[in-house]
Design a protein around this ligand. Structure first.
Ligand code: PGA
Length: 252
């Protein structure tokens, strides 16, 4: 059975002190919860990964990195390798976030390499994709999402898929306060699951968690998460506040 997941992407927010405070508050607030088949993941910045990973070790909170380089090691100033992430206790990495695609020129071809590198190093991947507003307006959103998934993931064998989580994040809904309606999210998630079933089989498709991301807040989470093919959320803004993030975990 696929897991439900609430994952917080902290982006370029929180100093070390602030990260520690947020983790402390989160640990406290989820202590009494039964997290039945639900995973809670947080993705702090690189410099705070080690501390956060250490301080969450005995809790139900898992730690992810926000990005990773595709090479093993070498002259890539400013970059971080899979082995480095693993060495500080990280087991999950977010790849393909729209901000990486837009501001750092990450293409589907590059992301295919990053995915391979992560899987080779036994890191689980939360793979993000989604259309921009223009694609949605032109009704190209299914085509765009299909090509993002095909180009970066469909070279993989079926046995790699248990190491993947998909995150559909319509770019027009990220950080804008605008969310896809629960029906729009469900429609796209069902389309994605069907794509995976057609390429692989029903088993692979039914077992992959597909998260929705884009302005998920305590006020709208319950309705979005209640949809059949929505297995949780990748959260930006609302993950920066312990009360909001806790409310999202409760909503799942
Ligand atoms: P948001 O970000 O929740 O602030 O819209 C989502 C994301 O970028 O993953």
């Amino acid at each position: 059975m696929r897991s439900k997941i609430v994952a917080g992407n902290w982006k370029m927010n929180k100093t070390l002190k602030e990260s520690k405070e947020l983790v402390k508050a989160l640990k406290k607030s989820i202590k009494g919860f039964t997290l039945d088949n639900t995973r809670v993941i947080i993705a702090p910045t690189y410099v705070n990964l080690q501390k956060v990973s250490k301080s969450t070790k005995k809790s139900a909170i898992e730690v992810a990195a926000q990005n990773m380089h595709q090479a093993d090691s070498g002259a890539f100033t400013g970059e971080i390798s899979a082995a480095m992430l693993k060495s500080v206790g990280v087991k999950v990495v977010i790849l393909g976030h729209s901000e990486r695609r837009e501001y750092f020129g990450e293409t589907d071809a590059l992301l295919a390499q990053k995915v391979d590198q992560a899987l080779k190093n036994k890191l689980e991947v939360i793979f993000c994709f989604g259309e921009v507003l223009e694609d949605r307006k032109n009704e190209n959103h299914f085509k765009v999402v299909e090509s993002q998934i095909k180009n970066a993931l469909f070279h993989l064998n079926a046995d790699a898929w248990p190491q993947l989580v998909l995150a559909y994040e319509p770019v027009w809904a990220i950080g804008t306060g605008e969310t896809a309606s629960p029906e729009q999210a469900q429609e796209m998630h069902a389309f994605i699951r069907n794509l995976v079933a057609e390429k692989y089989n029903n088993d692979v498709a039914e077992n992959v968690s597909i998260l929705y991301g884009g302005s998920v807040k305590p006020a709208n989470a319950k309705e979005i998460f209640s949809k059949k093919d929505v297995d949780g959320g990748l959260i930006g803004g609302a993950a920066l506040n312990a009360d909001d993030f806790t409310a999202l975990i409760k909503a799942i």
